[in-house]
Design a protein around this ligand. Structure first.
Ligand code: SDX
Length: 429
């Protein structure tokens, strides 16, 4: 900690000396701990746009340069050279695994992919048309009901095993959610397959015949999961941390994270992008929808565009756009929605409204097109995001537990309600 500080004097003349806290990279911050004590003031920062809620060593984003690092490694290098299990180990443990560590981690994840048989009964209770994210919120939270002997979260091994269980079981739950929607029997995890092959097998295999996952699809999913694994203190990760700060169990924390991710302004955007492309329908309608997106009186926004942090291209969008072409070519699919998306991006990025606000395509703009090419139903797109982001959520949850000055999260407010007033009896109103 540097001994540099900022002095802040309020109109009433009181002054606070706020220590400056600097990280390895990124903007310096000042510690507000003594602000209210010394000045009587709070700070106001709607949406926490300029507020660091924690210290973290996991992921770094430079929004102006379009930089994304996982434990210091550029996302482009991990996308090119790594795989999702190795990235999961890296995010959880801080270093790339050696061959022995990788093997042990991959086997441990594989070992924990099954869910309790009673979970299957629970999931069969949902209607076939229940939204998959509603089912995921409910079933992930209910995992706590099955591991009460392993939920002493003060025990580091209990915490680590809960993290492993969550990473391992998300694909099994996701596949069961999908099977429930199509009225097919749940498929048990196949330990001889890798993480994404296993997911595809559980989703698309049927007892009546053998099923071999398409290697192109498995590789594309692995890339998408790497790109979606973590992203600093985004809304769902901040939710996981806030719920975790109360001492709630990790299954409840991740269930809350799934609920937050569901929103169309966040992880739900990948589903919303495809809905938007359906609504636009044809290149000839693009100008009309660009105008709607710019119209302050119109709630329509260009889904998959803009980002709280990236004021440049989202590096993940650049990687996914390239993968879109490769996957569709390899699968021999000609999807007019990809052409429409490319045209929409081209036109929007020539429009000053988007350029001046630095609204570029984000991770969700192209991901849905690949998911669609892999045969994944649209209402399962955000479930795919949740499978990947579970690695980031549990990594950040573990880190928070190991951070000594973690306190329960409890923001304050600017009260704009009525001043004190006396109760008026009903017959006097
Ligand atoms: C994810 O945080 C993360 O890291 C998230 C994520 C992750 O990996 O966890 O990256 C994943 O959530 C990506 C974002 C997916 N969401 C969408 O694609 C939905 C569409 N995007 C917008 O809703 C919006 O851009 C947000 C929510 C992403 C960001 O919102 P901000 O930072 O609060 O920006 P803002 O609403 O203050 O917008 C600033 C200006 C406004 O116009 P003015 O008031 O200045 O005139 O830009 C406009 C907005 O109206 N604007 C858009 C727009 N996004 C912002 N106008 C049209 N279309 C859009 N998409």
């Amino acid at each position: 900690m540097s001994d540099k500080h900022v002095k802040l004097t309020v109109p009433e003349g009181k002054t606070a000396e706020l220590p400056i806290i600097e990280g390895t990279m990124g903007p310096p911050t000042f510690d507000l701990k003594t602000l209210h004590r010394d000045t009587g003031y709070f700070t106001y920062d709607s949406g926490f746009a300029a507020t660091a809620a924690c210290k973290s060593a996991i992921t770094f984003i430079d929004g102006n340069k379009g930089v994304l690092l996982y434990r210091g490694y550029p996302i482009e290098q991990l996308a090119e050279n790594s795989n999702f299990m190795e990235v999961a180990y890296l995010l959880m443990n801080g270093e790339l695994p050696n061959p022995e560590q990788y093997e042990k981690f991959d086997q441990e994840i594989t070992y924990h992919t099954m869910i309790h048989e009673k979970m299957r009964a629970l999931m069969k209770g949902f209607q076939y048309d229940a939204h998959p994210m509603a089912m995921m919120v409910g079933t992930v939270g209910s995992l706590a009901a099955f591991y009460h002997d392993w939920m002493d979260i003060e025990d580091p091994e209990h915490r680590r095993l809960a993290a492993i269980r969550l990473i391992a079981k998300m694909p099994t739950l996701a596949a069961a959610v999908y099977k429930n929607s199509v009225g097919q029997p749940f498929i048990y995890p196949k330990n001889s397959l890798n993480f994404t092959e296993r997911l595809l097998h559980m989703m698309y295999a049927v007892p009546a015949e053998p099923y071999t996952p398409n290697p192109v699809a498995a590789k594309a999913l692995d890339l998408l999961f790497i790109l979606h694994a973590d992203h600093e203190q985004n809304a769902s990760t901040s939710t996981v941390r806030l719920v975790g700060s109360t001492g709630a169990n990790p299954f409840a924390c991740v269930s809350a994270g799934i609920a937050a991710l569901w929103g169309p302004a966040h992880g739900g955007a990948n589903e919303a992008v495809l809905n938007m492309l359906d609504e636009i329908g044809d290149v000839s309608n693009i100008d009309k929808y660009i105008a709607k997106a710019k119209d302050k009186n119109d709630p329509f926004r260009l889904m998959g565009f803009g980002h709280r942090v990236y004021k440049n291209f989202d590096p993940r969008a650049t990687i996914i756009r390239k993968a879109c072409h490769e996957v569709l070519n390899e699968l021999g699919i000609d999807d007019p929605q990809l052409d429409l998306a490319m045209k929409l991006e081209e036109i929007a990025l020539q429009d000053d409204y988007f350029v001046s606000r630095k609204l570029y395509p984000n991770v969700d703009f192209y991901s849905g097109i690949i998911y669609k090419a892999l045969g994944i139903p649209r209402n399962m797109f955000t479930v795919m995001f949740a499978i990947a982001r579970t690695v980031g959520w549990v990594s950040q949850w573990l880190e928070q537990y190991d951070t000594p000055d973690t306190r329960i999260g409890r923001p304050r407010q600017v009260y704009i309600g009525p001043k004190p007033r006396d109760y008026v009896p009903l017959d006097k109103r």
